[in-house]
Design a protein around this ligand. Structure first.
Ligand SMILES: *Cc1c(COP(=O)(O)O)cnc(C)c1O
Length: 263
């Protein structure tokens, strides 16, 4: 099960994810995801109200995003800054909070500071400093999650777990950044046990941070889980699940476009 990119592909381009093209389709998909969130929470004795569903609209065109908003989505996750920024302009007439959930280069910090309400992939001080500078200038603040690499060799994004405590200690100097907790991408695998291990690592890191310096980690929220694994993530303590395809339908672009290290 080591080099199972074929299986991971199947997991991420599952034929179950038919394309939602009406408001009613979105209502049905959202109801189904919410039902599954509820059952996963109940299975482990959690309250589903502790779990935020963040719909991920990357690659989805404006017309269909408008349907999703009509069906009740008011916060949307986007992986790429340019795409998110463009959409926020196109849909400025709607009441949408934009969460940037993908890797950011510090030269794009200015754009994020303009429109995003949340950034989930903070993993370098250089980016933190650039964001803070732009946000201070704009008189804004930004909710952030620190992205941790819980799958070791499998991904180049997110910081190594051992660097997290030192990183958290540096963040208070950037007062426009409001730390909400930790984010991770699990390993791309159909082996649920290995996926679950990634989620458990993130929870352990959060628990350790809360034991040593609770003031450094905000609410200590855990953003983990996507269409293929959000129920497992909830069983392991997720407070935010980032779900794209199970709501919008399968994507035309391969995931390697968003996670170049997997190509
Ligand atoms: C695309 C994406 C998701 C959602 O993936 P789906 O398979 O569509 O649910 C979650 N997190 C990040 C960082 C993403 O880029």
């Amino acid at each position: 099960m080591d080099q199972d990119t074929g299986d991971a592909e199947a997991l991420n381009h599952d034929e179950r994810y038919s394309t939602a093209t009406t408001v009613e389709d979105f209502r049905i998909n959202l109801a189904e995801v919410n039902r599954r969130i509820e059952s996963a929470a109940v299975r482990v004795g959690r309250d589903a109200a502790e779990v935020e569903l963040l719909p991920v609209s990357k690659t989805v065109p404006q017309e269909r995003i408008r349907q999703a908003v009509a069906a009740g989505c008011h916060k949307l996750g986007e992986n790429k800054v340019q795409e998110a920024f463009r959409k926020s302009g196109e849909m400025a007439d709607l009441d949408i909070d934009w969460a940037v959930i993908g890797h950011l280069q510090s030269n794009k910090a200015r754009d994020v500071a303009k429109f995003a309400s949340e950034f989930q992939a903070l993993d370098r001080l250089k980016v933190a400093a650039a964001l803070d500078r732009r946000l201070q200038a704009a008189g804004r603040s930004l909710d952030v999650y620190v992205q941790v690499n819980t799958s070791a060799e499998e991904s180049k994004f997110g910081m190594p777990p051992e660097e997290l405590p030192g990183f958290l200690r540096e963040l208070p100097q950037f007062s426009a950044l409001k730390v909400q907790g930790l984010m991770t991408l699990a390993i791309f695998s159909s082996d649920i046990a290995r996926v679950r291990t990634c989620f458990q690592r993130l929870r352990t890191l959060r628990d350790q941070a809360q034991d040593t310096n609770p003031e450094l980690i905000g609410r200590g929220s855990l953003s983990m889980g996507m269409s293929g694994d959000y129920e497992v993530a909830i069983e392991e303590g997720a407070n935010c699940v980032r779900v794209g395809q199970a709501i919008f339908g399968k994507r035309a672009l391969p995931d390697s476009y968003y996670w170049p290290e997997n190509s």
